[in-house]
Structures are given as C-alpha cells and as structure tokens.
Design a protein. Sequence first.
Length: 131
Amino acid sequence: MRALIIDDARAMRSILKRIVLPLGFEVHEAGNGREALDHLLATDEVPDLALVDWNMPEMNGLDFIKAVRGDQRWRGMSLMMVTTESENHNVVRALAAGAHEYVIKPFPPEAIIEKLVLLGLVPSEAVAAAA
C-alpha cells in the first residue's frame, strides 16, 4: 500500500511516516498541496492514502482535497485531514469536500491507526500492536 504524507512541517511528516511505515505503507512526502498534486500527476500509481495538513503554503490541504475529489483518477484514494484546525465548521468543511477522516493535532499514534482501521486500510489487530 502507498501513503502520501502532505505537511509543510518536516517533523510532522517524520512522525506520520514512523506511524504508517510499520503498517506496511510505502511512503511519499510532499511539503504542500501543490507539490502533492505534482507528485500525483507524475505517476500512474495512485496512493491508497493521503494524510493531509490544512495550513500550508502554495496550496492548503482543503484545496488539495477538492482538487483530488475533482479528478476521477484519484477517486479511490482515502483522504485523512491531520491538522490543528479544531473548529467544528472546519471539520464539516473538510468532510464535505471529500475527506474521509479528520484527526486534530496533537494526537497519539493510536488515533491515526484507529482511523486507518475504520477506513479498512489496516487490520484491527494493528491498534493492539501499537499500544
């Protein structure tokens, strides 16, 4: 399985990478939504998952999600917003735009894994193994 981690903070990309690598994901990284879209356009391999920050330069996470949902080639990609944006209206906006899940920073690693289980991307045993 493939994951695309999109965050302008290198430290956060590293944290998310350490969570999903042991779950069997091949990881690609992008520093903003524009870079992530360029990556998608340059490959025929569609990631199974994108972990997307909201606040980034050039193209924010919400605009990235809208762009992905507007292109039939990427319809099968699961999108999880991972952000500090915690206001209810922002959660609603992200989900309405096409995000499947929403995780608010800071978070324990288990929160990401539990969402991946809900999305059917990893078996439920992964939560117990991470604890």
